[in-house]
Design a protein around this ligand. Structure first.
Ligand code: SF4
Ligand code: SF4
Length: 378
């Protein structure tokens, strides 16, 4: 049964899902009514409606029937793409960004051993690959390199793959484009001959866990918790509130790891009303910002209002949206690996040109190091 049929059949109209969702409040009096409008094809003349949902899953955890309106909106988006009615004009920039992330300007796969000429001899020596993702790479090449070096110091057989998990295509409903991206990643992993991928971005974790069934997909943060933190002088105790990205809603272990990492860094966590399983989307979820920028900004402001403390998150995209609405926020990796988060924080790139330049620099720096080092790294 499709989710649309599920909602048509099982939504009781209790409205428990509506109060916390700006999208539902704006577009329907009940999810059943929305499902009826989709069933009757009304979305064809208003395609911006299914594209305004953040696909964040909060409705599912609030709903006594466990109905997921985001899942229904994704089904409808895929249908629009199949019918040639989407992507919309507003999605053009997303497609361009994905194409850039998948181009040779950024994409890279390096084995654990930097001596590429001896790669045939060291085949099988790359046991895992670090996948920082496109958004973190666009924020800070320095931070990505620090994390990668730490992983290699602790786990010498770690290579690196630069690229995108295909989220923009997946969320817009472009199934074949998304499959192309996944196949590209599979071929990078096959080339490196490794069975595990360690991901920094929570959405990459969500997407790759579901689409790389033959690989172990591990969160960087659980990995860091296991490996222990790098030695660093502990600063003054600070209280942080954690913004959990909506893609981690079901990742309770990961959420616990993040809090442990903050505490191990010598700080305290003050929980938001909406956190963990009940987290609010930062506003960027589901690529809704492309068609509903005001709603995205409103969501970010809602999270910011929930705390008087500095925020910490573990998604570079959430960092960007919350920061653009005035949040005092930092990435948990900055807390762990940064010199002094109070004086100099990693901040989101000013625009897409700055993002691309950071990504390009990251690739060049990694390539240069690989060329300069002819001895295997131990
Ligand atoms: S909470 Fe569930 S049953 Fe209640 S209105 Fe929302 S979708 Fe329908
Ligand atoms: S997935 Fe999120 S944005 Fe979409 S209807 Fe559910 S709660 Fe609202």
């Amino acid at each position: 049964m499709s989710e649309t049929e599920n909602i048509l059949e099982n939504c009781t109209g209790c409205k428990l899902c509506i109060g916390e969702c700006d999208f539902l409040e704006k577009h329907c009096s009940s999810p059943k009514e929305l499902a009826e409008s989709f069933r009757d094809g009304k979305h064809r003349s208003h395609p911006e409606i299914p594209y305004s949902c953040n696909i964040c899953g909060l409705c599912e955890v609030r709903c006594p029937q466990k109905l997921n309106i985001g899942k229904m909106c994704l089904e409808v988006r895929r249908q629009l793409v199949r019918e040639g009615l989407a992507p919309l004009e507003q999605h053009k920039q997303l497609a361009e960004a994905l194409n850039w992330n998948e181009s040779d300007a950024f994409k890279l796969a390096l084995p654990a051993y930097n001596d590429c000429e001896a790669y045939e001899q060291t085949k099988g020596a790359t046991k895992r690959a670090f996948f920082p993702g496109c958004a973190l790479s666009a924020c800070s090449p320095d931070l990505v390199i620090k994390v990668y070096d730490y992983l290699r110091q602790k786990l010498s057989s770690t290579g690196i793959i630069l690229g995108c998990c295909g989220a923009p295509a997946y969320l817009v409903g472009e199934e074949s484009r998304f499959q192309e991206v996944i196949e590209g990643l599979e071929s990078d992993l096959a080339m490196l001959d490794c069975s595990e991928i360690i991901v920094a971005c929570p959405y990459c974790l969500y997407a790759l866990k579901r689409n790389l069934p033959d690989h172990r997909v591990t969160s960087l943060y659980s990995c860091l918790e296991e490996l222990g933190l790098p030695e660093k002088e502990k600063g003054e105790l600070h209280q942080f509130s954690v913004h959990d990205p909506c893609s981690t809603r079901q990742e309770l272990e990961l959420q616990r790891s993040i809090r442990n990492l903050i505490r191990q860094s010598g700080h305290e966590v003050v929980e938001l009303e909406h956190s963990g399983e009940f987290t609010q989307c930062c506003g960027l979820g589901g690529m809704a910002f492309a068609v509903a920028p005001d709603q995205s900004a409103q969501k970010a402001r809602r999270t910011i209002k929930e705390t008087e403390h500095d925020l910490i998150t573990y998604c570079a995209s959430c960092l960007g949206n919350l920061s653009s609405e005035g949040a005092s926020i930092l990435h948990v990796l900055d807390l762990i690996f940064g010199e002094s988060w109070q004086d100099k924080r990693v901040s989101p790139p000013a625009d897409s040109a700055a993002a691309r330049e950071n990504q390009r620099q990251l690739k060049l720096r990694l390539q240069k190091r690989a060329e300069a080092s002819k001895a295997p790294l131990h």
